[in-house]
Design a protein around this ligand. Structure first.
Ligand SMILES: [Zn+2]
Length: 201
């Protein structure tokens, strides 16, 4: 058995790319472009860097998220017990075309990632972006795009399951349309992480 190791090249300028620390986002040391590493090769990826709106003294990290844009179509939903609909309780519906935020760095403990994913997905924030990783470091991205798509669907199901009463039946379609990478600023506190954006402003 033999394998051919193709040298990885920057899609923007052609310079050789070095992979380190299993980061799925490869930065070109020559021109600074970022490429996605998947299936043994590099491919173009849409990405943006979000400007911090909160200032802290702790180290600033830019945490990669997959922003999965998906169509959520619920054909039928049957709830027994509580049965109070979201329209009555004022809770937001997770329906239609929307973005799902999936933290893509396993350096962030699950307990924080899970809360951020749900809050960002419910609030659908709008961010101000900046051209570079200012005053902070880029965190290694460890999650592949397909995994992010599956996790997005899981967020939807978890949200549906939180409706008061017992969810007996859910007939739905979850169609992933696109996915891009968003680096969100976060401060690493001695024992926790804190997002560097409040309410998306
Ligand atoms: Zn380059």
């Amino acid at each position: 058995m033999s394998i051919v190791l193709q040298p990885l090249k920057c899609l923007a300028c052609g310079a050789p790319l070095k992979s380190k620390e299993r980061d799925l986002m490869l930065i070109c040391e020559h021109c600074g472009s970022l490429s996605l590493f998947a299936d043994g090769k590099t491919s173009p990826v849409e990405f943006a860097i979000v400007k911090p709106t909160v200032e802290e003294k702790d180290p600033l990290w830019y945490v990669p998220f997959w922003v999965v844009n998906a169509d959520v179509i619920v054909h039928r939903e049957k709830i027994s017990g509580g049965g109070i609909s979201r329209a009555v309780t004022g809770q937001k519906q997770m329906r239609g075309t929307r973005d799902f935020y999936i933290c893509a760095a396993d350096a962030v403990p699950e307990e924080y990632a899970r809360v951020w994913n749900m809050e960002l997905t419910i609030n659908q924030p709008e961010f101000t972006t900046i051209p570079e990783f200012k005053n902070g470091s880029r965190m290694v991205m460890t999650m592949e795009k397909d995994t992010a798509g599956n996790n997005a669907e899981f967020i939807f199901l978890r949200y549906e399951a939180e409706i008061p009463g017992t969810l007996q039946e859910l007939d739905y379609d979850f169609i992933v349309k696109s996915a891009k990478v968003l680096y969100l600023p976060a401060y690493k506190k001695p024992t926790s992480y804190m997002l560097g954006v409040l309410n998306g402003k």
